[in-house]
Design a protein around this ligand. Structure first.
Ligand code: PMP
Length: 399
């Protein structure tokens, strides 16, 4: 028997499977709304000007490629912290935040999960229902049981606030609670400031461990606005974990630029926590890559480039919002009775469309419009050229 003869085929990733089917589809007017990236009006992943400028000058100086420290570029960690906590955060002055560069937001979640597993081996992890599917897989692969807390209410297209608070209350004390800071993936439905306050009260009372995942800062309402949850947790005095990512906000998906930040109670704790985070990293991949993080830190440390980036980020955010409004308008104008205005209230790249699995299948089979089985649409893949075709198709499948 050969070494690998007993290896079973792992289940296919449904979203990647969708893209494969899309690529093989010969229809010229096909549209892929199953993706998880921002496309510009021309249907391309943008290379931001601020990024291209830094890349050009980096090429010119012929920067050497030695190893980075285990926790990455120090100047990068500083800009990450300022984006998350604000320019003048007292937590930063008090040395209560440690940050390590990570391989995207996914890498931050993985390092955080592995670190917590050593600290709280018997804890339960709770994720929203629904959530980004990798949340469950990542925490399970770190050895944790993963439960759901109620989050999305399909009938109101809004958060099930009562259900969510009740479920958080019922988790065993000291559970790890994964929260989407903004632009919830896959629903697009976010918590309001008053919801966050109630959630923080429950987490505090139950001694839970908040794990705040912020993968879309700047894609919702703005850089500062989208950090509200992080700021409220910071004010709460709790210790907590944050995974953050520049994949979307810098359009640097393939460069894997993220960070794990941990808020501790004091400088001494910070030093010990960072030493353990470094240990997790060291035994996984030793140290992170240079390119993406050096771009982000160069942009954010230059007032000129930062201003350019902020404009480019605002353009991405505003384009998504405009296309949402236009989708709602077109559906109404084409005679759809059902109220789709919830689409314009959702934030970020994704939209839970409310389309059922039969409608999703019909969109794909009859019109070449590809959507994830849950009805999740990537609003950032719509543009003024494909929207008319997509809304026509939706009108047809709604019957
Ligand atoms: N968290 C959430 C909620 C996400 O949607 C994503 C990306 N789709 C990530 C984390 C991971 O981001 P990255 O690509 O930077 O690993």
């Amino acid at each position: 028997m050969s070494l690998f003869s007993a290896v079973e085929m792992a289940p296919r990733d449904p979203i990647l499977g969708l893209t494969e089917a899309f690529n093989a589809d010969p229809r010229p007017n096909k549209v892929n709304l199953g993706v998880g990236v921002y496309y510009n009006e021309e249907g391309r992943i943008p290379l931001l000007r601020a990024v291209a400028d830094v890349e050009k000058s980096r090429l010119e100086i012929q920067a050497p490629r030695g190893y980075l420290p285990v926790d990455g570029i120090a100047a990068y960690s500083t800009v990450v912290q300022k984006l998350l906590f604000g320019q003048n955060s007292s937590l930063l002055e008090e040395g209560r935040v440690v940050t390590a560069q990570s391989l995207g937001g996914t890498g931050a979640l993985k390092v955080g999960a592995d670190f917590l597993k050593r600290l709280l081996p018997d804890a339960t992890v709770a994720i929203s229902d629904p959530s980004w599917e990798n949340h469950r897989a990542l925490f399970q692969s770190a050895g944790y049981p993963v439960k759901n807390y109620r989050y999305y209410d399909a009938s109101s297209h809004d958060v099930d606030r009562t259900g969510m608070l009740a479920d958080l209350n019922e988790l065993p004390p000291r559970s790890i609670v994964v929260l989407h800071a903004c632009c919830h993936n896959p629903t697009g439905v976010d918590l309001a400031p008053e919801d966050w306050k109630k959630i923080i009260d429950v987490l505090k009372a139950r001694d839970h461990v908040p794990f705040v995942d912020i993968a879309y800062q700047g894609f919702g309402d703005g850089i500062e606005e989208d950090a509200l949850a992080v700021r409220l947790f910071a004010e709460s005095g709790m210790s907590f974990v944050i995974s953050s990512s520049f994949s979307k906000s810098f359009s640097l998906y393939g460069e894997r630029v993220g960070a794990i930040s941990l808020v501790t109670q004091n400088r001494d704790e910070s030093a010990r926590v960072l030493s353990q985070i470094k240990r997790v990293i060291r035994t996984n991949y030793s140290n992170p890559p240079i390119h993406g993080a050096s771009i982000v830190s160069s942009v954010l440390n230059s007032s000129e480039l930062r201003a350019i980036w902020e404009v480019e980020l605002a353009e991405m955010r505003q384009r998504i919002h405009r296309i949402r409004l236009e989708m709602v308008r077109q559906l109404a104008a084409k005679g759809v009775q059902q109220d789709f205005s919830f689409v314009s209230r959702q934030r970020g790249m994704f939209s839970f469309s409310g389309l059922n699995i039969d409608q999703v299948d019909q969109l794909r089979n009859d019109y070449g419009v590809y959507i994830v089985g849950t009805g999740r649409i990537c609003a950032a893949a719509l543009n003024t050229r494909n929207l008319d075709y997509v809304t026509d198709a939706i009108v047809q499948v709604l019957g």
